[in-house]
Design a protein around this ligand. Structure first.
Ligand code: DAH
Length: 346
């Protein structure tokens, strides 16, 4: 028995193979149910009791060596094949998987594309801003509730009691980019500013502390409310379909006067009434108005010579409508199973 074991051990250690057939032959010869090693285990029954311990150990060692050799040969074979593949220039290329864009980026690009076609440029500003650009220069009174800690994430505050133009914060609206553009550029100005904004809100299916907006600004001589309306109508029809109707409702923003909010006829029921538009037939999509003279003056633009309009809209809501996503949080979790579903050409 010992001779047989030693013989097999040396056979196994000197074994080499050329391909899959040899590997399988090795398995069949030594390890399979009817192979040499299980045979020896069968014979083990007849070994005298005194030798059982010694021979049993050797047998186990033999089995272990055979398994190790089998695995080593298998690995060797695979790596040899990998090398072969790499050197084979006729081998078909590996498939090239294209990623997909985030749904928020798709809608943002769509909005940008529409305004670019009518001559708007794109401008961006910092997400970490000062109070001056987010509030003061946009005509927010010092005690305006939007500056409150409950809405705004402050990074540093000059005083715990009062807000100051030097306070550093995460911007709550992309309207701050208006101020930056007007500070550095003279009219005519026609620009849109997409970006991320932050508000201290509890996270739920319908609200998040991070979201996205696109801001629009048009400043020139003789810009009127009619220009604003026409621009927004053009946008609404490009974005939501040729048959889309708009309506403007009076509203209030500190940086525009007069201010309005624009609704579009419901994209789901075309204005007939459904649960998405809460049976009103209308969906609220943006805020807008004529730029307040105080804002122009704060940015050193002569408000007697120039007028302009501004508008701002969220990106998440149209994205939710378009893709029928009913939980905002999905946009921020980066779950690949969600993101993979959005395919686009741009
Ligand atoms: N900044 C406003 C908001 O976050 C949206 C807005 C309303 C922007 C009116 C504008 C505007 O430019 O004219 O709610």
């Amino acid at each position: 028995m010992l001779d047989k074991i030693n013989n097999l051990l040396s056979q196994i250690s000197s074994c080499s193979i050329k391909g899959h057939e040899d590997l399988e032959a090795f398995r069949l010869k030594f390890l399979s149910k009817k192979g040499l090693i299980p045979d020896l285990f069968d014979d083990f029954r007849n070994v005298p009791a005194a030798e059982k311990k010694d021979i049993g150990q050797k047998l186990n060692l033999l089995k272990q060596k055979a398994l190790e050799k089998y695995n080593a040969l298998k690995t060797e074979l695979h790596s040899a094949q990998d090398t072969l593949h790499i050197n084979d220039l006729t081998r078909p290329a590996y498939p090239w998987f294209l990623g997909s864009r985030h749904p928020i980026s798709i809608i943002r690009n769509e909005i940008i594309g529409i305004f670019e076609r009518i001559g708007f440029t794109i401008s961006e500003g910092p997400e970490i801003e000062d109070d001056d650009h987010v509030f003061t220069n946009l005509n927010f009174a010092p005690e305006h509730p939007a500056r409150d800690m409950q809405d705004t994430f402050y990074i540093s505050r000059i005083s715990a009691e009062d807000s100051s133009p030097e306070d550093i914060l995460l911007r709550t609206q992309t309207s701050s980019v208006q101020v930056r553009v007007m500070e550095h550029q003279k009219p005519p100005i026609r620009t849109i500013s997409p970006g991320r904004v932050f508000r201290n809100e509890a996270i739920s299916a319908r609200a998040h502390c991070i979201f996205h907006q696109v801001e629009g600004l048009y400043i020139d001589e003789n810009v009127s409310f009619a220009d604003l309306k026409q621009t927004l109508l053009f946008f609404a029809r490009e974005m939501y379909g040729k048959k889309t109707e708009i309506r403007l409702r009076p509203s209030y923003f500190p940086f525009t006067e007069p201010s309005g909010e624009m609704d579009v006829s419901c994209t789901i029921c075309s204005g007939k009434g459904c649960n998405v538009c809460k049976y009103t037939g209308w969906l609220e999509v943006l805020g807008c108005g004529m730029v307040h003279p105080a804002v122009l003056e704060a940015c050193n633009i002569d408000s007697r010579k120039y007028t302009g309009f501004a508008f701002g809209m969220g990106i998440e809501r149209p994205a939710m409508l378009k893709y029928q996503v009913n939980d905002l949080r999905l946009y921020f979790e980066n779950d690949i199973r969600f993101l993979e579903q959005f395919k686009t050409a741009f």
